[in-house]
Design a protein around this ligand. Structure first.
Ligand code: N01
Length: 558
């Protein structure tokens, strides 16, 4: 137990803090730990390591029985990252990044999970992680400037800071379809996949959804299943991964100068260093031949970099249509049945929903055991004990796979009953959409930090780079507060309001508002429609650095 929340840094600071608090009538309380971190994914692991580095104590509370976060839960067949593995890894420890050997261009879920386990073991992190426990509530005690964090095991933990490291895509969204619980077969959600192998051999499987998780899992399920019926509400853009084993020479070249490679990533809009830079030219400014050659070249290279073929695909409707037309021509080439190809071709803005990265997704529809049901016009009516009914027709199933995504960005935070100053509930405060300053903190909720929270670039970037940037910013502010004997930091109301306006204004310059994406919360019935992430990593990082350099401008430190 650590009195005052300062375990080893500056006894003078402690004294200053006591005096300051006594002067304003605040009584210091005994605390159980300096920081409670919620979640043991990559954000939670690095946050724990960083807090320890300050000489403070932290305790991580994790719902799963092991580390890994999203890679712990998303074990569906074919799960892989869409960020190249050499980038989807921590860059803050040279030995760690140099000793770990990725095997493929895009790492599989088991490989990423074992990397997370390796990080936990290498830095001896598990001893401060409480597994199989959920945080249910957290209340700020204004008399003592502490948080009391409650868990589903009945424990109450008193601490100075709470850091939400709960991930942006961790709260599974299972649509409330009539009869869902009456289904007599097996049903799965891709984001809550069982740990044991699921055998689909010879079975009739209905897959609901055509987002990334569906696009990755359908080809693998179809290879064994008797029949796969895909229920598609919105067709999606998927660019081939062209996954392959990593070339040892290429790996050696990156590792020889890993630091500058990482720095290059931090300077790119989406914090990706590996792709060729986006040419600074509009899709409309080049000849038809040049444009086609660029699209072809990006298609052949594969992956998310297709969205960076030109500088205005997310800014200009006509340029976007040129890319979308190219994409649709590719679907028509791959899918044998022209009518089916048409149904699988998205008509929405390319990139408005996150582009998917696939292996054989469209070609899978050429298999005789795969069929598509359009549920855009006639939504799924109900689920019966034996199947799924659409437009009066029952599609019989042994298994249903809900590849229906997540209550993104706010879902996991909303599950915790946060009470801030004056008894304000965070759910109430966010009832019309999330309000944050820099995506890091919330007015009336002192000493609560969000890693990759709404209002930060997060899901529009390589998540690991965004996690690192947030963890280091939070670490530095806690270090600075501890040194100066400050007990609270809280976003100012005005800076929060201006920030929310800024995030919306930036989104308004793009085409991101033009579809029903999870970025907007549009996939969850009743969720307020607000564009949650911020476009542009380098400007954001500079803003955070400037705020810190100006003595945490826009925050109230007490
Ligand atoms: O979820 P999604 P996801 N009836 O929300 C449909 C990351 N990720 O798990 O588009 C019928 O994209 C829904 O339809 P619509 C990545 O950032 C990364 O696939 O809302 N259909 C949609 O088709 C990704 O973007 C990786 O009309 C219903 C699907 O379900 C994010 O996670 C891999 C429905 C949900 O798609 C989420 O991906 C996997 C209903 N009632 C995920 N409700 C990689 O790194 C929903 N749908 C590669």
């Amino acid at each position: 137990m650590t009195a005052l929340g300062v375990s080893s840094i500056g006894r003078d600071s402690q004294l200053a803090s006591i005096v300051a608090n006594c002067e304003r009538g605040v009584m210091n309380a005994q605390i159980d730990t300096d920081v409670v971190i919620v979640g043991a994914g990559f954000a939670g692991l690095y946050m724990l390591h960083s807090i320890r580095g300050l000489g403070l104590n932290a305790r991580v509370i994790e719902a799963g029985d092991d580390v890994g976060g999203t890679w712990y839960w998303n074990r569906y067949p074919g799960a892989r990252c869409d960020v190249p593995s050499m980038e989807y890894s921590f860059g803050w420890d040279d030995d760690l990044q140099n000793e770990w050997e990725w095997t493929e261009r895009y790492a599989t879920q088991p490989e990423i999970l074992s990397y997370a386990g390796h990080v936990a073991d290498r830095f001896d992190l598990r001893r401060d992680i409480t597994f199989e426990t959920r945080v249910t509530a957290s209340a700020f005690d204004e008399n003592h400037d502490t948080w009391t964090v409650s868990t589903d095991r009945g424990e109450e933990i008193r601490c100075r800071f709470v850091v939400m490291a709960t991930g942006c895509l961790s709260s599974a969204n299972t649509p409330d379809i009539e009869g869902r619980d009456d289904f007599a077969g097996r049903s799965f959600h891709t984001g809550q996949w069982p740990h044991e192998d699921v055998d689909f051999t010879g079975r009739r499987v209905v897959v609901i959804g055509t987002g990334s998780s569906a696009i990755q899992s359908i080809p693998i399920i179809a290879a064994k299943a008797g029949h796969v019926t895909v229920m598609q509400r919105t067709p999606n853009y998927a660019i081939p991964a062209h996954n392959k084993p990593l070339d040892p020479a290429e790996v050696a070249e990156i590792k020889a100068d890993y630091r500058s490679w990482r720095a290059k990533a931090r300077d790119s809009t989406s914090a990706f260093g590996g792709y060729r830079p986006r040419p600074d030219v509009s899709a409309k400014a080049v000849s038809d031949d040049e444009r086609l050659a660029t699209f072809e070249e990006r298609w052949e290279y594969g992956g998310l970099g297709f969205g960076g073929s030109f500088n205005d695909l997310m800014l200009d409707q006509e340029s976007n249509t040129l890319a979308a037309d190219f994409f649709r021509s590719k679907v028509a080439e791959i899918v044998d049945d022209p009518e089916l190809a048409e149904k699988l071709s998205p008509q929405t803005i390319l990139g408005c929903k996150r582009i998917c990265v696939d292996t054989d997704y469209f070609a899978t529809y050429n298999r005789p055991n795969v069929s598509l049901v359009d549920v855009a016009e006639t939504p799924i009516e109900r689920i019966t004990p034996t199947g799924v009914v659409v437009d009066g027709v029952e599609f019989e199933a042994d298994d249903i796979v809900f590849a229906t995504g997540f209550d993104a960005m706010t879902g996991a935070i909303d599950k915790v009953d946060f009470t801030g100053r004056g008894g304000l509930s965070l759910r109430e405060k966010w009832s019309a959409g999330p309000l944050t300053y820099l995506g890091l903190g919330v007015e009336s909720f002192p000493n609560l930090f969000l890693i990759t929270g709404p209002g930060s670039p997060s899901v529009l970037t390589n998540m690991i780079a965004s996690i690192e940037q947030h963890v280091e910013w939070i670490r530095d502010v806690i270090a600075s507060m501890t040194e100066q004997g400050m007990s609270t930091i809280e976003a100012e109301g005005e800076s929060e309001a201006n920030w929310v306006e800024h995030v919306n204004a930036v989104a308004g310059l793009t085409l991101f508002n033009d579809c029903n994406s999870w970025y907007l919360g549009a996939n969850v019935p009743g969720k307020p429609r607000v564009f949650m992430p911020l476009v542009g990593f380098p400007d954001y990082k500079k803003k955070c650095d400037d705020v810190a350099a100006a003595g945490y401008e826009g925050w109230v430190l007490a």
